[in-house]
Design a binder for this molecule. Sequence first.
Ligand SMILES: CCCCCC(=O)SCCNC(=O)CCNC(=O)[C@H](O)C(C)(C)COP(=O)(O)OP(=O)(O)OC[C@H]1O[C@@H](n2cnc3c(N)ncnc32)[C@H](O)[C@@H]1OP(=O)(O)O
Ligand SMILES: O=C(O)CCC(=O)C(=O)O
Length: 474
Amino acid sequence: MSWTHRDEEGRGRRRKKKEKGRIGKKKRKRGRKKKGKKGKKRKKRKKGKKRKERKKGKKGKKRKKGKKRKKGKRKNVEECQNLVVVEEEEVVEEEEEEVVEEEEEEVVEEEEEEEVEEEEEEEEEVEEVEEEEEVQPSGQRTKMSRAADRLKHLIGHLDRPSVDIRTSPAASLASTLPLNFRYSLDNSLLTPEQRRFYEENGFLLIKNLVSHEDIDRFRQEFERICRREVDVPGLVVMRDVAIAKSEFVSDQRAVSKLQDFQEDPELFRFCALPQVLEYVECFTGPNIMAMHTMLINKPPDAGKKTSRHPMHQDLHYFPFRPAHRIVCAWTAMETVNRQNGCLVVLPGTHTGTLKEHDYPEWEGGVNKMYHGVRDFDPAHPRVHLEMQKGDTVFFHPLLIHGSGMNQTKGFRKAISCHYAAAECYYIDVKGTTQENIEKEVKELAHKRYNLDHISFQDTWAFRGRLVKGDRISL
Ligand SMILES: CCCCCC(=O)SCCNC(=O)CCNC(=O)[C@H](O)C(C)(C)COP(=O)(O)OP(=O)(O)OC[C@H]1O[C@@H](n2cnc3c(N)ncnc32)[C@H](O)[C@@H]1OP(=O)(O)O
Ligand SMILES: O=C(O)CCC(=O)C(=O)O
């Protein structure tokens, strides 16, 4: 637990450096802002005009949609009666239609995004915006076409055949890369399309990345742990709240999640798989820490819907930054689909800020520390990440995601690791929305290990393991 001392110094140095940088940045900003504002007014006028045009267009579209929807509904009732029940019960709670209606929602959403973007631009990102405008002069790619593009990418991305889609970017394509990527680093692994996809959506699904052989080995180890044949230091074994008080059965039926398996050499192999780290490096850079590990064994729902995982942003749990140098790798250990509670993501939400989280008010109870995001746009398009064994999704810690209820009789298994650049630094969460989780974690550490003065940051420094490069600040 030595982060405090060493890092306080480091933090001091960094803070000074940052302040210096900020002053410089502010000066530069001031100089540019004048120029920027005029441009922005022009931009706003244009946007107003565009908005009017869109509204006009939307009326016509709505009428058309009404017809389409009726047809679609009939099909739903005839063919997918079960689905109606599924929809009602899932965390996802929205109607199938809402997902299909992305086009319409995207327009509204894009408008909202534009406004938020504008605000952010005013405050912080003047420099970046200017860069963006240089490489993407208005008119070259409108917001509308970006929304449509995004949808196209999303669908194309999810429909890919089950093969490894790794390719090297062709030299000729490199020139089409925008220069303002902020969520991924220059690398020779991701294609321009994959990179752009992550930038815009906050996740990237790679098919068939982890071998079935490895997954079977992880499964066997999981079963050994459940049978208590191995004792793993630091491991947290969770039971679903609905069965936590029922009679203990010492096999996987009782276990809903293994957390912090960094001391289990077999399970921890997952975190160091070279083909996984190759991707991770595109987001973290070459010095990589495995910060958080989980094997999630989503149980068949006991009837109280407690197998759901509320919509949340993982950054809520992390007292380290910057967010865009943190990434999660989540690998399906078997087929995951809407029936057994696949991941559900709100594409693009990684571009927002960390929101307030707390326990959702669910009648059947909520699992310990399963905080949900307080306010998010329920109309935001959702993507259900249906995956096959070995498929891996990489996602940003601000991406709002969750998972639905497991309505099957089987367990739904996935293994995951949150990675961070070793250059990330700890932050003090006092006075922030993360205070509630800090309090809970500290209480748990006290209860479990009788540790009184452990800090939130300590609990992370203690769990983190270097998997590549040098351990720097974390
Ligand atoms: C970081 C990336 C994103 C992460 C997102 C997440 O996953 S967030 C989720 C992360 N979750 C966690 O870190 C939680 C870690 N979980 C734990 O530490 C533990 O499973 C636990 C505290 C909940 C239970 O610990 P114990 O091993 O002491 O369990 P024990 O069986 O003795 O139960 C102690 C008390 O906790 C209750 N309990 C047990 N499991 C529970 C659960 N899942 N949810 C709520 N409460 C639970 C019991 O009913 C009992 O209450 P009574 O005392 O009233 O009888
Ligand atoms: O695997 C799941 O069901 C959800 C996992 C998740 O969202 C998380 O642990 O952050």
